[in-house]
Design a protein around this ligand. Structure first.
Ligand SMILES: *[C@@H]1O[C@H](CO)[C@@H](O)[C@H](O)[C@H]1NC(C)=O
Ligand SMILES: *[C@@H]1O[C@H](CO)[C@@H](O)[C@H](O)[C@H]1NC(C)=O
Ligand SMILES: *[C@@H]1O[C@H](CO)[C@@H](O)[C@H](O)[C@H]1NC(C)=O
Length: 310
């Protein structure tokens, strides 16, 4: 229940911060632009406060969000307690954990923490447009700006954020089309653009069409697959997902990583394209997988291949 404005000393003095969560307090006022000096910050979570004003343009100064993550990186702290004079000292270490919002759920995360690049300003009263500067944070993995009063267009270069896996812009007043470049986000596995004022056709790209229609609901003038006339399902918010969900999350994180995934995908896909028996064996294996997006996209590719062959 901290309140008041976000203290200036955070941005001015805590220059080694790697993550900052002020989530669910009562901070109000603007996001101070000196937070942009936190060049090492990887997780910036200001969600669920009463912050107002515009998103600072200087976000592109968050240089850690432009640098590649370390898949094996844990953040370990060593500390020493010593008493001068009688020479007694005692040391210990601990590994940093963080609660990370992911596909609409919260996960306590320790392993691979250094992979994350997260901006979460959800549930505030931010207004103005989403600054284009945000599209320079090339290693951003999670962007959550939902439930604010943002207006204007979705930045048309959002497709530059190649590592994005989860984007939530729901419950704002964004208008205009969904930028075509969004179809370039190969690793996007969660998208929520619902309850805005977006219009036009959903850009065509495997990733966007494989999402649930509920990702787009509440935008009167949007059309095209996957939007249908069906009643959307109610999303429920679970604070801690079951074990297998977390495994899925781990898997997605590793599978979703950069070029390795791309090569693996096309390696497998190319083989499947060529050999029918391998294809069948592979899909039996895939049955065990729970990642519906991956499975759906592979199955629809297989369907295409079959159509093509027959
Ligand atoms: C952003 O970075 C530039 C260059 O390093 C610096 O001159 C500027 O003061 C920074 N802006 C903010 C608000 O931190
Ligand atoms: C974005 O933040 C809101 C509020 O904290 C949360 O309800 C929502 O699930 C988050 N979205 C994602 C994709 O995690
Ligand atoms: C929605 O966008 C249209 C233009 O695309 C505009 O005319 C209309 O006023 C907007 N509605 C709201 C509620 O913002």
């Amino acid at each position: 229940m901290f309140s008041g404005s976000i203290p200036a000393w955070i941005g001015e003095n805590l220059l080694s911060l790697i993550f900052l969560s002020l989530q669910a307090n009562e901070f109000y006022g603007r996001i101070p632009s000196n937070l942009c000096q936190l060049a090492k910050i990887r997780i910036l979570d200001l969600s669920q406060n009463t912050l107002s004003g515009a998103i600072p343009l200087c976000l592109n100064n968050l240089t850690a969000m432009v640098q590649k993550g370390d898949p094996d990186g844990i953040i370990e702290h060593n500390y020493w307690y010593s008493v001068e004079g009688n020479k007694s000292f005692w040391g210990d270490s601990y590994v940093e954990k963080a609660w990370v919002g992911w596909k609409g759920m919260k996960y306590e995360y320790e392993r691979s923490l250094l992979l994350f690049r997260i901006i979460d300003f959800a549930c505030n009263k931010l207004n103005g447009e989403i600054p284009d500067e945000i599209t320079r944070l090339s290693e951003l993995v999670v962007l959550n700006l939902s439930r604010n009063n943002l207006i204007g267009l979705i930045p048309k270069n959002i497709g530059q954020l190649k590592q994005l896996q989860s984007v939530d812009l729901s419950y704002n007043h964004l208008s205009g089309p969904i930028p075509d470049s969004m179809a370039d986000l190969n690793f996007l596995s969660y998208l929520n653009l619902s309850y805005n004022n977006l219009s036009g056709k959903v850009p065509t790209g495997t990733q966007l069409q494989s999402l649930e229609a509920s990702a787009f609901m509440g935008n009167q003038a949007l059309y095209g697959p996957p939007i249908t006339q069906q009643c959307p399902k109610n999303d429920t918010f679970q604070p801690q997902p079951p074990e297998e969900e977390r495994d899925e999350f781990n898997r997605w994180f590793y599978v979703g990583m950069g070029i390795g995934f791309f090569m693996a995908f096309w390696g497998v896909f190319g083989t499947l394209l060529l050999k029918r028996s391998w294809r069948h064996a592979y899909f039996r294996l895939l049955d065990n997988w729970t990642d519906s997006l991956y499975v759906t996209s592979m199955l629809s590719s297989a369907r295409l291949v079959r159509k093509f062959k027959s």
